[in-house]
Design a protein around this ligand. Structure first.
Ligand SMILES: NC(=O)c1ccc[n+]([C@@H]2O[C@H](COP(=O)([O-])OP(=O)(O)OC[C@H]3O[C@@H](n4cnc5c(N)ncnc54)[C@H](O)[C@@H]3O)[C@@H](O)[C@H]2O)c1
Ligand SMILES: [Zn+2]
Ligand SMILES: [Zn+2]
Length: 449
């Protein structure tokens, strides 16, 4: 993977980095990349989580970011968290991440200062970000397909690898715009009116923050794959995304939902979602595959399957070897299982992150049995914001059902490692900073790591 990161950098140099026609300045992944331009003139320092190399993330002191453009906002971060996608970044699976990049795409905070063109936000507003950086004006943003934004990512390599470029993402490598992330005390939010949502005082940050990614992403997985009244559904991976996808599937009328994982998270999921059935595949007899188990549970197969684990988690030795040798970037195992577990003419959606090419893909089962395979893409957060916000505000959906821990920003490097190991009962954390409000009632107490 390190080799792939180096090759991607080389390719980008040859292709010519393209920051023309962008709606905002990209590739400002740490104010200290050029302090004279990107750092706040006050000289104030802040703590931030930076990527230092494969498997190496650290909390460092860096410069507070400056307002760079008239649509920018600087926010004082009051909360952030660690996503399964951050673990992919730490492990070096995502290309074009550079030493010193500030990570974190899910955060909330209080507006500190605003650029001259910002009229709908003011200092003191409580806000949550969308993990995507979108322009609001291109043809995709106009349809609220904001992660397909054509104006916020300068990576030519992205275009070469995928056919066309997706939009920018906070704290997620130069493959997605090179924006500094929010696992920090301050963050610059470009095109702020498009990429921040105001949270009224009565919504605690411990609930509001999950509007940035987990809630819309898991909802998108269910809507985009297609889950309907009376359906049976199977979900691979019971991390926060898979867990909440199970919750949404029931909410949309599924009659049976089966969650699949390889550890204690199956029990945790059952304890949070009444009626959920689970498979811990490490406990299946050696001769029984996951599709065979699912066909036993639901004769004929499920109506819809959702892959929510991620392509880097190879199971069998052949994929482990091929990935290690860069003969493929992702395993096809979970997607194959999902296809084979789905009924004829059923639907499979992929919301877990996949980065490139895969081998041993069961295209035969897909074609012959008429299974519809949907790449759900990175979630277009803004499409769902208002609808999900209403459900959180009314109490119909409580995002804290997945939150198991509270950490301090100073410990977030250790939280990455814990997240990677799926250790100590950690499903989803809330990471506080020196600017956080007092802990909301009913949410986990601080754990010092
Ligand atoms: N598309 C999007 O917009 C989007 C947004 C956020 C996260 N993601 C991706 O969604 C995935 C899940 O995110 P998360 O935060 O829940 O991550 P997570 O790492 O906490 O959860 C992944 C779960 O998958 C399980 N798993 C691993 N291999 C498995 C296998 N072979 N079969 C079944 N389960 C397996 C793990 O044990 C873990 O519990 C990640 O790949 C993440 O990058 C995508
Ligand atoms: Zn995420
Ligand atoms: Zn756009």
């Amino acid at each position: 993977m390190v080799a792939e990161n180096e090759s991607a950098k080389l390719a980008e140099a040859v292709l010519g980095h393209d920051d023309k026609d962008r709606a905002t300045k990209t590739d400002v992944s740490n104010p200290d990349r050029d302090g004279s331009k990107y750092a706040d003139p006050s000289g104030e320092k802040m703590k931030a989580l930076v990527w230092m190399g494969k498997g190496d993330v650290r909390v460092e002191e860096v410069s507070k970011p400056a307002l760079l453009e008239d649509k920018d906002v600087i926010i004082k971060v009051t909360g952030s968290t660690v996503c399964g996608s951050d673990v992919h970044l730490m492990r070096g699976v995502v290309v074009q991440v550079e030493k010193g990049d500030i990570l974190g795409h899910e955060f909330c905070g209080v507006v500190e200062s605003v650029g001259s063109a910002v009229t709908h936000l003011k200092p003191g507003d409580r806000v949550v970000n969308s993990f995507v950086v979108s322009c609001g004006e291109c043809r995709f943003c106009k349809q609220k397909l904001t992660t397909a934004c054509e104006k916020t990512n300068s990576s030519k390599f992205h275009e070469m690898l995928y056919g066309s470029r997706m939009g920018g993402i906070f704290g997620y490598s130069h493959f997605t715009g090179g924006f500094a992330g929010g696992q920090a005390e301050y963050v610059r939010v470009p095109l702020a009116e498009q990429n921040l949502k105001v949270l009224p005082k009565h919504i605690p940050f411990e609930k509001g923050i999950y509007l940035s990614d987990v809630l819309p992403t898991s909802y998108h997985a269910v809507c985009d794959t297609g889950v309907f009244e009376g359906d049976s559904v199977a979900v691979w991976g019971l991390g926060p995304i898979g867990l909440m996808a199970c919750m949404w599937a029931f909410k949309r009328g599924a009659k049976r939902v089966i969650g699949i994982d390889n550890n204690w998270r199956t029990e945790f999921a059952k304890s949070r979602i009444p009626g959920l059935e689970t498979i811990n595949y490490t406990e299946l007899p050696k001769t029984q595959s996951i599709p065979a188990k699912i066909h036993e549970m639901v004769p004929g197969g499920v109506d819809a399957a959702i892959e929510a684990s991620g392509g880097e988690y190879a199971k069998g030795w052949s994929h482990k070897v091929e990935m290690a040798l860069s003969l493929e970037q992702d395993t096809a195992e979970m997607v194959n299982e999902a296809i084979m577990s789905t009924r004829k003419f059923g639907r499979v959606g992929i919301i877990g992150d996949y980065t490139g090419y895969t081998n041993h893909f069961n295209i035969g089962s897909l074609m012959e049995r008429g299974v519809r395979l949907v790449g759900c893409g990175q979630c277009p957060v803004q499409k769902y914001w208002d609808e999900i916000y209403q459900m959180v505000e009314s109490g119909e959906v409580d995002p804290t059902m997945m939150v198991t821990h509270r950490f301090k920003l100073e410990d977030i490097d250790k939280a990455y490692k814990l997240q990677e190991k799926r250790g100590e009962g950690l499903v989803k954390c809330f990471v506080e900073t020196r600017f956080s409000e007092p802990r909301a009632e009913g949410t986990p107490e601080l754990t010092n790591l």
